[in-house]
Design a protein around this ligand. Structure first.
Ligand SMILES: [Zn+2]
Length: 131
């Protein structure tokens, strides 16, 4: 069983898919899932699996370790981006390198967040280059 940073963020882990919500009234998609719509305040929302591919909408690279509660086994510079999945823009790690291009295709992936005290790896989501 995969230990996740927060189970509610995921619709599935194999294949990895994020869970958001969609509003029946205005079709707005939200991530993470919410019980009401932030666009129209409607409460007729349902859980939905989000697309797993998108494009980099914006990004930055952090060259210093953030303070707690940020947690990692060892620090290395890392990229954070906003990824446009189509119906919604999601923030997450950009994996594998520290330089990106706006509009570049990426796909969702599971990645190690840290190792728990009992030796189990805790996973979170990120996006890797798709080309
Ligand atoms: Zn709505």
């Amino acid at each position: 069983m995969t230990r996740l940073i927060e189970e509610a963020l995921f619709a599935s882990t194999d294949p990895v898919m994020l869970a958001g919500s969609v509003c029946a009234r205005c079709s707005a998609h939200v991530f993470p899932e919410q019980t009401s719509c932030p666009m129209c305040t409607g409460v007729d929302v349902s859980r939905v699996a989000l697309p797993t591919t998108g494009v980099v909408w914006s990004w930055t690279t952090q060259h210093f370790a953030p303070k707690a509660p940020y947690r990692t086994d060892e620090f290395a510079p890392f990229s954070i981006g906003y990824v446009d999945l189509g119906p919604v823009i999601v923030e997450g790690w950009l994996l594998g390198r520290t330089s990106w291009t706006i509009g570049e295709p990426v796909r969702l992936a599971l990645t190690k967040a840290w190792t728990d005290d009992d030796g189990q790896i805790v996973y979170t989501y990120g996006f890797e280059a798709a080309s």
